[in-house]
Design a binder for this molecule. Structure first.
Ligand SMILES: Cc1cc2nc3c(=O)[nH]c(=O)nc-3n(C[C@H](O)[C@H](O)[C@H](O)COP(=O)(O)OP(=O)(O)OC[C@H]3O[C@@H](n4cnc5c(N)ncnc54)[C@H](O)[C@@H]3O)c2cc1C
Length: 377
């Protein structure tokens, strides 16, 4: 495993790290979101340092708050990560980035500040609707999608940055639709592999829509994205099919699986419903059977996470990207189980954490205040 050292003035590009040792040991990368309080920031600094030392994570993602809400803090935390030995992967969205009356200036300034601070890796995203809004709308004269942002980065900054983009193995939520009873009965094999049911309602990204998603993903990569990080999934088969589909579409770059840690029952239920995530029947039944036992859920979160990761590693995946939720226990449990690390489970310390009642939606910005998963800062 390798990681940057604290002396790096300028980060390496992640794509070069990914391509360096394709046959080598498995790596992890870790994703965090900006906390809401000063104390939360201090705690996160300490946790990120511990997790870098403990996991030797290849790179570290910092999300860009939904609706641009944490822009300054995201940048600050990503720069702090860069200065303290992480290879920093800064998320950047097109939402609400207007500055001095210019819809693009906010984006440009953020990129310039990241570059000046030694960051060389950007996750180019459209972003989600601002808080309180259901539909995403572009600022007048601003970018309309992540593709615009990828093109802008390449036009203005050339190869200064490594760029990654989001991929959706089950389709983007905007293109996942509710099915009628007749549609449920006539689903294609491919639709069956990614459909889900929440509260008795079946949903799927239909084949025609999935094709549009893949065509568009290819455009993002052709415009200059170096690799793809996926939305969370709980069915390893969905990821494997998605990678095969990428290759069929001529998308030949690395596809990094985004892995959500199962930490608590209410959060899992709300998040999977909100994102219309496929939850395999066996997983659903097991979770329901343990719903009142928080410790058992965490333990199972480790077992299930490790099982998914093992399937991915067996299929040739070389890097596992964890949505940490700013927590360490379950990540350590999984990496210990996989033999990537050892003895971390016993050491993990979340006692500095303050508990917030929030719904964290990874891959959907950072925090939506719908309710209830225990998130500690
Ligand atoms: C790994 C990951 C990290 C994320 N991090 C953050 C974060 O830090 N902050 C945050 O706010 N959100 C984050 N998100 C959430 C993301 O912003 C949302 O999912 C958002 O709704 C879409 O962003 P995108 O970059 O995928 O958008 P886009 O790539 O622009 O796509 C959005 C949808 O529009 C369709 N579309 C757009 N343009 C076209 C076109 N020209 N032709 C056809 N179809 C088109 C796409 O197919 C897709 O369905 C993340 C998501 C992932 C998977």
């Amino acid at each position: 495993m390798c990681s940057a050292t604290a002396t790096n003035a300028v980060d390496p590009k992640i794509i070069d790290l990914l391509n360096k040792d394709p046959e080598g040991l498995a790596h992890v990368s870790l994703e965090y979101f900006p906390p809401r309080t000063e104390q939360g920031v201090k705690n996160l600094h300490a946790r990120m340092e511990r997790m870098l030392t403990n996991t030797k994570c290849l790179y570290t993602d910092m999300t860009w708050g939904a609706g641009g809400s944490t822009a300054e803090l995201s940048l600050e935390l990503a720069l702090h990560a860069q200065k303290t030995g992480h290879v920093s992967n800064l998320h950047l969205t097109c939402t609400n980035m207007e500055k001095d009356g210019d819809p693009i200036k906010g984006v440009h300034d953020a990129l310039q500040a990241a570059f000046d601070g030694g960051i060389r890796n950007i996750v180019a995203l459209r972003g989600d609707p601002q808080e309180g809004e259901n539909e995403w709308t572009a600022t007048k004269g601003g970018f309309t999608c992540a593709l615009d942002l990828v093109k802008y980065i390449r036009k203005e900054f050339g190869d200064d940055f490594g760029v990654s983009v989001a991929g959706y193995p089950e389709g983007h939520p905007n293109r996942i639709s509710e099915l009628t009873e007749d549609e449920v009965k006539s689903m294609s094999e491919s639709e069956l592999s990614r459909c889900c049911t929440h509260d008795g309602i079946a949903y799927v990204c239909k084949d025609d829509d999935y094709k549009k998603e893949m065509d568009y993903l290819k455009e993002k990569v052709d415009a200059g994205a170096d690799f793809i990080i996926t939305q969370m999934f709980f069915d390893a088969e969905v990821f494997k099919i998605f990678v095969e589909d990428c290759r069929t579409w001529g998308i030949n770059c690395p596809v990094v699986p985004g892995l959500m840690c199962i930490n608590a029952y209410p959060g899992f239920k709300k998040m999977t419903k909100f994102c219309k995530t496929r939850v395999p029947k066996a997983l659903e039944e097991k979770m329901d059977s343990m719903k009142d036992d928080a410790d058992a859920i965490k333990k199972f979160g480790v077992e299930y996470g490790a099982e998914v990761c093992r399937t991915l590693l067996d299929s040739g995946v070389k890097i596992l990207h964890f949505y940490t939720l700013n927590l360490e226990k379950v990540v350590y449990g999984i990496t210990d189980e996989l033999g990537i690390t050892s003895g971390l489970t016993e050491q993990s310390n979340e006692s500095d954490a303050k508990i917030w009642l929030l719904l964290v939606v990874p891959g959907l910005g950072q925090v939506t205040q719908l309710s209830a998963v225990l998130v500690k800062e």
